[in-house]
Write a protein that binds this ligand. Structure first.
Ligand SMILES: [Zn+2]
Length: 471
């Protein structure tokens, strides 16, 4: 056991260097050219067979080593978020004004999974064990698309187990779900006219967008409470004195389960039809992606929890705690108050005394769903999946924020990343050594999915819209 942790530790300087490089690149979804390359190159140098542009998806890659079963897949991500560029500082200071930044810690996410596969490979050699270790370089998680597209191309279909993690404020094993989602742009086509001279000859695509939004806002009242609908207008015309012939609105529909998203989305499409009919316009749908809710495996969560206890929390020092304490002073007070009233804090009141999480929480969140979505959901409906969280930001750090970006580039982030890499590597080794656990995980998986097998939300024959997320 100690061996595999040492194997991760041996590579620590290299892992930190790669995480920092990716933090610097801060590349948006499907544009992670340098981020994917630095990881693919590293794994190739470590003896992995690397397939770049896996499934025809640019910036996706798969690195594989070993032979025979089990096939253990580690999921990595490396995309940044628009608008949260930030230096590793205690006050708001973008590296690039309005630029992207790692406000979700994905510079650490992929790198820890990569550290885990390299250590696991070495441990299998040293212990003369069978098994295939695979690292999945998954692009565009923030667009909820990378793993969905990879799933459509069948890249996860032969896996026995999927292991992943997410940077966060707690050291724990995740059992909570995320919402299923559809993401689509509705494009309306009308007819230009002089807005004052002959408006009667115009058909406004913008009117259609606005009426669609009005309809959607009335729809909210009549969907299940846990569903959410959000939109942004991505194109609304050029100037006021020209009736816009083109307008576009980008929608997310989310709900706890996939079938609920599908039902609500169908009604939203009807709203769009109504808006087109009212305005004498036509419309098309550019379906960008859809993802599943997250189905985490309890058998695997138990194994991971045992591994997490063996590894222990990240070794934060006084400097980390001081940085965390001062960064936490910038967090919103009302947000902290609602955090203190959340289930974790009610159950473990001593958390209130901690700046960075320096203990461990047993598997959390069974039966709960955070409001957000992740494309890990799709993998979790294809193969038994386990996910841990490691503290890489101070407790209470808002997601997708400049503070999250700063912490992800600091030694707090590095230490959480190394803990995650060790725990995942150890969990992988446990599963190779104990095939009966893999079998038990599959029994649970089959039982939970028997009535709703995975169908990729992205249509079979549609071309992937890699470059249509950001305009
Ligand atoms: Zn994330």
């Amino acid at each position: 056991m100690a061996d595999i942790l040492r194997l991760v530790e041996d590579n620590a300087p290299e892992l930190v260097r790669i995480a920092d490089a990716i933090w610097d690149y801060a590349e948006l979804g499907f544009r992670e050219i340098q981020s994917a390359k630095i990881q693919a190159d590293y794994l190739e140098a470590q003896g992995f067979a690397v397939t770049r542009d896996a499934g025809g998806i640019p910036t996706a890659f798969v690195a594989e080593w070993g032979e025979g079963r089990p096939y253990i897949g580690f999921l990595g991500e490396y995309d940044a978020l628009a608008g949260v560029s930030q230096e590793v500082l205690l006050e708001r200071k973008p590296r690039e004004m309005g630029g992207p930044g790692h406000g979700c810690g994905h510079n650490l996410l992929g790198t820890a999974s990569m550290g885990a596969v390299v250590a696991l490979k070495q441990a299998l050699i040293e212990n003369n064990l069978p098994g295939t270790v695979r690292y999945y370089g998954c692009p565009a998680e923030e667009l909820l698309a990378g793993k969905v597209y990879m799933a459509r191309e069948g890249l996860f279909s032969d896996l026995d187990i999927a292991i992943t993690w997410h940077p966060g404020s707690m050291n724990t094993v995740r059992l909570s779900s995320g919402t299923a989602l559809n993401s689509a742009k509705f494009q309306f086509f009308g007819k230009t006219a002089h807005a004052a001279g002959d408006p009667h000859n115009g058909r406004s695509a913008l009117d259609a967008v606005e009426l669609m939004n009005v309809g959607a806002n009335y729809l909210r009242e009549h969907v299940i409470k846990d569903a959410t609908i959000h939109y942004v207008i991505t194109s609304g015309g050029g100037q006021p004195n020209v009736v816009p012939a083109f307008a576009e609105v980008w929608y997310f529909v989310r709900a706890p389960r996939r079938h609920q998203v599908e039902a609500i989305y169908e009604r939203l499409v009807n709203v769009a039809k109504g808006a087109a009919l009212m305005t004498g316009t036509t419309f098309e749908i550019d379906f960008l992606t859809g993802c599943y809710d997250v189905l985490l495996n309890e058998v695997l969560a138990d194994v991971m929890w045992r591994c997490l206890q063996k590894v222990g929390p990240p070794a934060f020092d006084d400097k980390d705690v001081e940085f965390g304490r001062r960064l936490a002073q910038t967090f919103d007070e009302s947000q902290m108050e609602s955090l203190y009233n959340s289930p974790n804090f009610m159950e473990f009141p001593d958390l209130r005394q901690q700046v960075i999480h320096t203990s461990l929480l047993p598997p959390r969140g069974r039966g709960r769903s955070g409001g957000g979505s992740t494309d890990v959901g799709d993998v979790s409906w294809i193969v038994p999946t386990v996910q841990i969280s490691a503290a890489t930001v101070p407790i209470g750090c808002p997601g997708h924020s400049w503070q999250y970006c700063a912490s992800s580039g600091s030694s707090i982030g590095h230490k959480g990343m190394l803990m995650a890499a060790k725990t995942m590597a150890l969990c992988g080794l446990e599963l190779v050594k104990h095939p009966e656990l893999v079998q038990k995980a599959w029994e649970e998986f089959r039982e939970k999915t028997k009535d709703s097998p995975y169908t990729c939300p992205f249509p079979k024959d549609k071309e992937f819209p890699f470059d249509r997320f950001f305009t």
